[in-house]
Design a protein around this ligand. Structure first.
Ligand SMILES: [Zn+2]
Length: 306
């Protein structure tokens, strides 16, 4: 019924992307369940089909095997540490790997919602410990994160940015103009710096370094209607930022394989849409200008959060 209504609606209003916009799109996975045979198979299939359509490969930001949620899934699926790492290595042949971080106030209580670090409920110590353990897991399995990061639960703040910069991360995909894909910190930073949808920016922490930001535009579709995607996108686009560079995301576990590939087949037909991947960012083939954003040192002052 909903499908029929939508079909009727889109016959009257088709939500085309105006030709004044020039879209450069990438795809990013928040990759969490590679221990699941079926999901892993679908993920590899998607990545190779995506490349056949767009000529580019997706980014798969993956979680470490010591992240409590992943470790729990590995136990249930009888997936040893080495098997998970081997699968990530295999995935690296189809996608550019990055790091997807999820942090907890108490990792032992990872099944409880209130333990999830999402916005203001964080401690620097927990962040640092889990961040360090995750990166150690990657390096112990010789897995590159390629300096790419995407935030779990869209958790972002000044302390996490400082850790990413210190660890040498070059690109982050955790900011968005879309209400579903942000937290209070990232939303406020984008408003205060008048950042528009699809505008690349570079965050500098004076005296420490910087990280480049490519925005997450929106999520991938779960319907076959192209207009569901364009309607969502048009909500956030700003005519004063006609060059739009950004990624579209899904998890591996909620990927709608068929409809997402259909979306890219439709996008590929449009003359004002092109595709990029992480390699073009990393080797600077993609010639982007980044709006400078500086984090005030006052953000790091105040009551000590341990
Ligand atoms: Zn996640």
């Amino acid at each position: 019924m909903k499908t029929l209504l939508k079909k009727a609606l889109y016959q009257f209003k088709s939500y085309p992307i105006p030709s004044s916009y020039n879209l450069q799109l990438g795809y990013i996975f928040h990759t969490e369940m590679v221990f699941n045979d079926k999901m892993f198979k679908d993920l590899l299939h998607f990545c190779s089909e995506f490349k056949a359509i767009t000529g580019t490969q997706p980014i798969c930001t993956v979680m470490s095997g010591v992240s409590p949620k992943v470790a729990d899934g590995m136990r249930q699926h009888k997936c040893e540490d080495k098997k998970l790492a081997d699968r990530y290595h295999e995935l690296g042949g189809f996608a550019t790997l990055g790091y997807h971080g999820h942090f907890y106030l108490n990792p032992a209580l990872f099944k409880r919602k209130e333990a999830e670090i999402r916005s203001n409920n964080f401690s620097k110590q927990n962040l640092k410990e889990q961040f360090t353990r995750d990166l150690e897991w990657f390096s112990s399995h010789n897995l590159p994160h390629n300096g790419l990061y995407a935030a779990g639960w869209w958790f972002m703040n000044q302390h996490l940015l400082a850790m990413l910069i210190e660890a040498g991360f070059a690109y982050d995909f955790s900011f968005s103009k879309h209400i579903h894909f942000r937290n209070q910190f990232s939303h406020k930073l984008m408003l205060e710096n008048e950042l528009r949808a699809g505008e690349p920016f570079e965050i500098t922490i004076p005296g420490q370094g910087s990280i480049k930001e490519i925005q997450n535009l929106t999520g991938s579709p779960s319907t076959p209607h192209f207009q569901d995607f364009t309607r969502n996108l048009l909500h956030i686009l700003d005519p004063s930022q006609p060059r739009v560079t950004g990624v579209i995301n899904s998890h591996d576990y909620d990927l709608d394989l068929k409809n997402t590939l259909l979306l890219f087949r439709n996008l590929e037909k449009l003359s004002n849409v092109s595709f990029f991947d992480a390699n073009q960012l990393l080797d600077k083939r993609l010639n982007l200008s980044y709006k400078p954003v500086s984090l005030s040192s006052t953000l790091f002052e105040g009551p000590s959060l341990t």
